[in-house]
Design a protein around this ligand. Sequence first.
Ligand code: GLY
Ligand code: MN
Ligand code: MN
Length: 442
Amino acid sequence: MQDIEQFRARRERLLARMAASGGGVAVIPTAAEVARNRDSHFPYRFDSYFYYLTGFREPEAVLVLIAGDNPKSILFCREKDVEREIWDGYRFGPEAACEHFRMDEAAPIGELDGRLPGLLADQPTLHYSMGYDRAWDERIATALNAARANTRSGVTAPHAIHDVRAELDEMRLIKDAHEIETMRRAAAISSEAHRGAMRASRPGRFEYEIDAEIGYLCRRRGSQAAAYSSIVASGPNACVLHYVENDRRMEDGDLLLIDAGCELDGYASDITRTFPVNGRFSGAQRDVYQLVLAAQTAAQAETRPGNHWNAGHDAAVRVLAQGMIDLGLLEGTLDGVIESGAYRQFYMHRTGHWLGLDVHDAGEYKLAGDWRTLEPGMVLTIEPGCYIRPADNVPEAFWNIGIRIEDDALVTKEGCELITAAAPKQIDEIEALMRETADAAF
Ligand code: GLY
Ligand code: MN
Ligand code: MN
């Protein structure tokens, strides 16, 4: 059961921020439904900004906030409709939504366009995410023009449009207690799913069987969806960063890289584990795996309050680049391969991103040109990797080894806590888990 108060508290914080910058009105629509083909739709997912402020999951809804001496939250939503509810299910309707979601007012969505010019009238600023959705930009422009058309009767239209995401992104960057609790639960479900994937993997099975196992394990514990398309990549596929076909037969000797995480009550988890399909790391696989793990440990040590965002990435790159030299993948000095960027042949992405309602969550990485400083309550991923495609300059023993290890880190007062630590990642833990399963199968 969701605590609805948390959403009202966030609206109040946004309203206070708006008031502090001169007041105005905010218009925050939820996401549109998207057709998949003919009359079938993709599963509906609300807009993250809208949800953050409302907790309301139905499509066709808009939140209007009016800052000032009498701050007000108005929800526009679908009306009750007995006929449609027989086909599509329950709708709150404005009256019940107003009460349940603790709004000051609620009205049918069909009234929005007619009321917007009046709501914009005599407001100094419109807080709106211009450019985020073209169809909404058009509707907002129409409402602004209608408000301006009334200037001869003494009405003024907003003179400024301020991107409401600037405030919301900053708020979303520091997770509150409710968000952290939900993210811990999402992380626990996904960690258990990765354990299940390790148990289920063996030569001869197909990647999609493991994909299905993960989906099943997440859904059965209440996750509503995958936070992103699962990557279940065996053998050479592990070196394809955005591989999502998940249809290859897994062979003895392959590594399997799984990047999968569930969404729970709107919040994402994001975990990658890499392990041998046959349950035992080969020599070269072991060497590269230990290198990536050491890079992750180095990045984790730099993930603490006061350090800047990029410190973890810099630390991971140094460890990886040195390891690539030691393994004979690169020639030259550590500073040389970092400066030239030669390490990017095997490590071409960054070491993390913010995590929250969106898997690549809201929030700036730099402020006024400088990397931003980490603070308690931020959540980010730590996900170094090493991807070795067949190439002339690479010893054959390393070909097609693709490894990433990804955890979700909550910045704490002292450092950081990996909330996905229950997914095994030490070589002996993984091998022991897979051995148990193989023994049980015979
Ligand atoms: N799964 C998406 C990412 O790791 O960024
Ligand atoms: Mn990630
Ligand atoms: Mn990931």
